[in-house]
Design a protein around this ligand. Structure first.
Ligand code: AMP
Length: 318
């Protein structure tokens, strides 16, 4: 029996299903989570399908989470989407179910769950949810609403089809999603718009980005700077890809100060592999899009040095 068959068998078996995703969710985390929930609710109206995790205001246009009692988990199937490692799963109760399934497209460095379906080459977890639907489409329903969610996830994780994980298959999936006639323009406008505060922070990033001749770049966003723009950590998502628009920049780090004065590190690349660097600093992720943590300015300086080394090596081997 294939992994997908096993997953479908479990979905059919359980009447209670809770779907989790990662903390600090992005459109793919929410799109794959609520997209899968929507497919399962439409296909099995008698089952109780719940989605949990912190509700994020800026992404509530995608959907909302459910209130779930602790005892709901007793005989529930738990599916965690888009989350490489257990500490990042939003809502610790994911361990309390009767059976646990991991569905993800990040490198499987931290395996967990009774069944794992991990496809590193997939553009997004939303693409995987579509593939799952496609495999069992005689028994599953894909509504325009489910398609809207999965499309938002794919657009989010591919940077609107810019990143290398975008494949011919990704475009085929989008074509099938579009067959449902969801309002694609509305999603595109949402994904392309920003608040005035983020627009002004973008100007700050371009103005103050430290760009090295070797191709590495970085910027440090302290709490003081974020307060100046009336933004918090979550508001920085919209500026993460900006340094990559500069033609000479090959990889970059954005350090965002947290309330405890440590730093969240957002690493991105157009070539040099940066996830090994992320792993050295309490993080991980994809080869070209990772996250890490820096305890203080010493660790920030270490990360900047290591990033420079990667950029130099990449430049030499090009
Ligand atoms: P972010 O910069 O938070 O958008 O994260 C980019 C990617 O890096 C995500 O898709 C995650 O796979 C990964 N990531 C971010 N933070 C961590 C972390 N602390 N540990 C492991 N992976 C992370």
């Amino acid at each position: 029996m294939s992994t997908l068959d096993e997953i479908f068998e479990k979905i059919k078996k359980y009447n209670r299903i809770v779907i989790h995703r990662h903390q600090r969710p992005d459109p793919d985390a929410i799109g794959s989570q609520i997209g899968l929930a929507t497919i399962l609710r439409d296909s099995f109206p008698f089952k109780q399908i719940k989605v949990v995790g912190k509700q994020i205001d800026g992404l509530s246009w995608l959907g909302t989470v459910d209130e779930v009692d602790n005892d709901f988990y007793d005989d529930a199937l738990v599916i965690v989407v888009d989350t490489a490692n257990p500490p990042r799963v939003d809502d610790r109760r994911y361990e309390n179910g009767d059976y646990l399934i991991k569905i993800d497209h990040h490198p499987n460095d931290d395996p967990y769950g009774d069944i794992m379906w991990v496809e590193e080459d997939a553009s997004s977890s939303s693409e995987l949810v579509y593939d799952f639907y496609e495999q069992f489409k005689d028994e599953l329903k894909l509504s325009a609403e489910a398609a809207r969610l999965l499309y938002a996830g794919i657009v989010g994780d591919t940077g609107r089809f810019l990143y290398p994980a975008t494949s011919a298959h990704t475009h085929e999936v989008v074509a099938r999603l579009m067959d449902t006639k969801f309002d694609m323009v509305a999603v595109n406008q949402k994904m392309d718009s920003m608040s005035e505060a983020v627009a002004r922070l973008s100007a700050y990033v371009f103005e103050n980005l430290q760009v090295e001749t070797n191709g590495a770049a970085h910027i440090i966003l302290t709490n003081e700077i974020l307060e100046q723009f009336k933004l918090q950590d979550a508001g920085t998502a919209g500026i993460v890809s900006l340094p990559g628009k500069i033609d000479t920049v090959s990889c970059w780090a954005i350090f965002v100060e947290q309330q405890d004065h440590s730093y969240r590190v957002r690493l991105r690349s157009k070539g040099p592999v940066i996830n090994e660097l992320a792993k050295k600093h309490d993080g991980g992720g994809h080869p070209l899009a990772s996250g890490a943590k820096a305890a203080d300015t010493n660790e920030i300086n270490d990360i900047i040095t290591e990033l420079n080394e990667l950029a130099v090596k990449y430049g030499e081997n090009k």
